[in-house]
Design a protein around this ligand. Structure first.
Ligand code: SAM
Length: 270
């Protein structure tokens, strides 16, 4: 049965203001929410069991069968569902990404201990990743390559920013990630007998010769400064992806993809 949908028309409506505030880190931190824009992304979130606080659908689109079904599904799960004219939607969505469906979801903050206890597989650790687009792309790559999880070390950019969520193409909902200090992470991976392979421009082993092993963590450095020397010293292997030409390094997300797919290739893509 279709539920009647609440309609909002005023730009000064408190809900519009509160959704707009999620554009900024402050708004996301204060509410513990983040925005997902687009019907497909919102569906992915709901399918993966993430709890949506509010779903907003453009008034002109609310009768479309798949959006009406989405509204019913969200409403049944306890989400507040509203419709709003496009002029209000455009106050919340990004101008380069005008969408007729937007939802605010509750953020998940996992600790290392809450990640999969089965350590076999490929894990990715990112030291102080700062570019939201890189982080979203890496979550997507990790998801595609079947990585077990992504660990955000020390001070990283916000995984729930619009840019990261968009670049992840839905993998924000699929790929488990946790924040940790390097010290906590290193104790966790040592206790789990996991190898630690750094991708580094100081690498001494070619990346396709690196012995990742059955429990493998690939650690990637910050976009500007790479990995600090003490972290490189704590690694089992420093792997270099060959380069020729004038650039001094690859882009972080591209280097992560090359490393992750090499580790997966060594497992015969199983
Ligand atoms: N100037 C930085 C440095 O000295 O490491 C460059 C950082 S690079 C943009 C970001 C990260 O991507 C590096 O810390 C490393 O983890 C990885 N990376 C980039 N190019 C690489 C390469 N050719 N071999 C191995 N890792 C690479």
């Amino acid at each position: 049965m279709n539920h009647p949908i609440e309609t909002i028309t005023s730009p000064s409506n408190a809900l519009i203001k509160s959704l707009k505030s999620l554009e900024r880190k402050k708004g996301r931190s204060e509410t513990g929410l983040f925005l997902a824009e687009g019907a497909r992304l919102v569906e992915q979130g709901l399918e993966q069991g993430w709890k949506a606080e509010t779903l907003v659908i453009a008034s002109t689109m609310a009768d479309r069968p798949h959006l009406a079904a989405l509204a019913n599904r969200a409403s049944a799960a306890g989400t507040r569902v509203v419709q709003a004219p496009e002029r209000l939607m455009s106050k919340i969505t990004h101008k380069d990404n005008a969408q007729s469906v937007i939802a605010s979801f509750h953020q998940a903050h996992r600790s290392l201990a809450a990640l999969e206890s089965e350590r076999d597989g490929i894990w990715i650790a990112l030291y102080e990743v700062r570019d939201p687009g890189n982080l979203g792309t890496i979550l997507r790559t990790a998801d595609c390559a079947g990585a077990k999880g992504v660990i955000l070390l020390e001070t990283c950019c916000d995984p729930y920013s619009f840019e990261t969520v968009r670049a992840s193409m839905g993998s924000i909902f699929d790929m488990p990630f946790a924040n940790a200090s390097f010290e906590q992470f290193n104790a966790w991976r040592q206790a789990g007998q996991m190898s630690l392979t750094a991708a580094s421009v100081n690498g001494t082993v070619r990346h396709d010769q690196a012995p990742f092993g059955p429990r493998a963590v690939i650690i990637m450095g910050n976009e500007q400064a790479g990995l600090p020397e003490p972290i490189e010293a704590a690694c089992d292997t420093l792997a270099l992806i060959p380069m020729r030409g004038g650039a001094d390094s690859l882009n972080l997300a591209q280097a992560t993809a090359i490393m992750t797919y090499e580790a997966w290739r060594q497992r015969n893509f199983q």
